[in-house]
Ligand binder design. Structure first.
Ligand code: ATP
Ligand code: MG
Length: 452
């Protein structure tokens, strides 16, 4: 039966432009897969028999960016929307695990589909939306299966990143990994060590944020541990603690399942207890404890994230969440909420609440309804506190460093320290956030002997 998908107008325009110049042109990969699944594609990639210089000629009137001429990719901007247009090609190996050593351009679609990783990603559609499926992708989509195009061992040996990609697609789509493909993943997982960190990071993000991440990570924990060896000691690590029903790894996966799919939160959930195995000890009653595991885990997380070349902001957020995940937030009152907001900022406080909830749910011991009720109370308190528009950061403090200098405070560390004290005083309600009140509060502080 002929399958058809709907091609949106701009994509159709692009395809027609290429075909009226005499080239074969198709939408390919993720957009075809997602359309067949009834989902809206993120972007529409195009493949064509046109060589890069011919693509440039076809789109002379448009803005074009030579993203990877060597590999046959041109980015075309059509009315502000970016499309990657890539010449049919076959890859000539990935000896640096970063980029293909080279590509050979092809004249027909089939060879280009054959180089693609999984059957569900190896389908194309023409301007009319007619689907070409050479490797059984439609069938695998129907059955919810991730299967390599060709011999899995060969495909993972060519480019080990595909191992992590298989897990990423399984986690996102909730698909099973076909037996032969799964066996090759287990057998060749150690090859992931050769893959460049920035390539790993992108796929890891997709994996941790997938709706089915926890199941996939459980089934393929051996492969995941090649990328994140810090997780290995957690697997099967019994906690010998009445508050915990599960071992560290099962608990971690439960927590992960219970945070929303935002990268920093998912990463924090995945890493929050990695400090546990190395800090474990028995007390005299043979109960297990992990004192300091959050601090140890934060340091391990920082090293791990830097190794994968995460950006500074993500490293900082995730590390903070791991370090502070044990904060008992349940009894938080107005004043403490203001303090938390002043210390961490709104976004991190929201994330801490989400992580705390998931961590508690993941223990498998506490009453779920009570956890939800407490989380709701805290969220409501957070919203109320924010709505009061109180001063919770130095930015909105009614006095600044220049004011202190003008008061005669010498330039240097003291200024910063003094500002922090003033902010705490405002947050704690000891002084209103008004200039004159703050000036006299500062003068009092300065005249107090013990200050400094
Ligand atoms: P998403 O919607 O998540 O971006 P996608 O299928 O578009 O999914 P991309 O990583 O953008 O995934 O890759 C685009 C297409 O290129 C894939 O569908 C696949 O056909 C092919 N592809 C990408 N990376 C590889 C690889 N390492 N080996 C083989 N084929 C690949
Ligand atoms: Mg894509």
């Amino acid at each position: 039966m002929e399958r058809r998908i709907t091609i949106p107008p701009k994509t159709r325009e692009l395809l027609s432009r290429l075909s009226s110049a005499g080239f074969a042109a198709y939408a390919v990969g993720g957009c075809v897969r997602d359309s067949l699944l009834g989902q809206t594609p993120q972007d529409w990639d195009i493949c064509t028999s046109a060589r890069p210089e011919e693509i440039l000629v076809c789109f002379q009137a448009e803005r074009t960016i030579l993203t990877g001429v060597r590999y046959g990719t041109v980015t075309v901007l059509l009315d502000g929307e970016a499309f990657e247009v890539t010449t049919f090609r076959t890859d000539l190996g990935y000896s640096d695990s970063r980029h293909p050593d080279g590509v050979r351009f092809l004249d027909t679609l089939r060879g280009d589909l054959a180089r693609r990783d999984f059957t569900v990603n190896a389908m194309a559609a023409d301007a009319e939306g007619r689907v070409t499926d050479c490797f059984g992708g439609v069938e695998d989509l129907k059955n919810g299966r991730i299967r390599c195009v060709g011999v899995p061992e060969e495909r993972f040996s060519e480019d080990a990143l595909r191992i992590l990609r298989a897990l990423r697609f399984a986690a996102r789509l909730g698909f099973a990994v076909e037996d032969g493909t799964a066996a090759a993943i287990h057998a060749l997982r150690s090859r992931l060590t050769a893959v460049a960190p920035e390539r790993l990071r992108k796929e890891l993000c997709g994996l941790v944020c997938g709706a089915h991440a926890a199941e996939v990570m459980e089934r393929f924990s051996d492969a995941l541990c090649v990328v994140l060896p810090e997780l290995a000691p957690c697997i099967g690590f019994a906690q010998y603690n009445p508050h915990h029903a599960y071992d560290v790894w099962r608990h971690t996966l439960c927590a992960l399942k219970n945070v929303p799919p935002q990268e920093p939160l998912r990463l924090a959930a995945l890493l929050h207890d990695i400090g546990k195995p190395s800090t474990f000890f028995f007390d005299k009653n043979l109960v297990g404890h992990f004192y300091g595991h959050a601090t140890v885990g934060a340091a391990m997380s920082e090293a791990l994230l830097r190794r994968l070349h995460y950006d500074g902001a993500t490293v900082k957020t995730v590390t903070t969440l791991v370090r502070e995940h044990g904060l008992a937030l349940e009894d938080t009152d107005e004043r403490r909420m203001r303090r938390l907001l002043a210390r961490f900022g709104e976004q991190t406080v929201r994330q801490l609440l989400a992580l705390r909830r998931a961590d508690r749910l993941g223990k498998g011991r506490d009453d779920g309804a009570q956890i939800e009720a407490q989380t709701q109370r805290l969220t409501a308190l957070l919203e109320r506190t924010l709505a009061e528009e109180q001063c919770l950061s130095l930015k909105t403090l009614a006095l600044n460093g220049d004011d202190l200098l003008a008061m005669g405070v010498p330039r240097g560390k003291r200024i910063g320290k003094l500002l922090k004290c003033l902010l705490s005083a405002v947050v704690d309600g000891e002084t209103p956030n008004e200039r004159t009140a703050l000036v006299s509060f500062a003068q009092n502080l300065l005249s107090a002997e013990e200050w400094d």
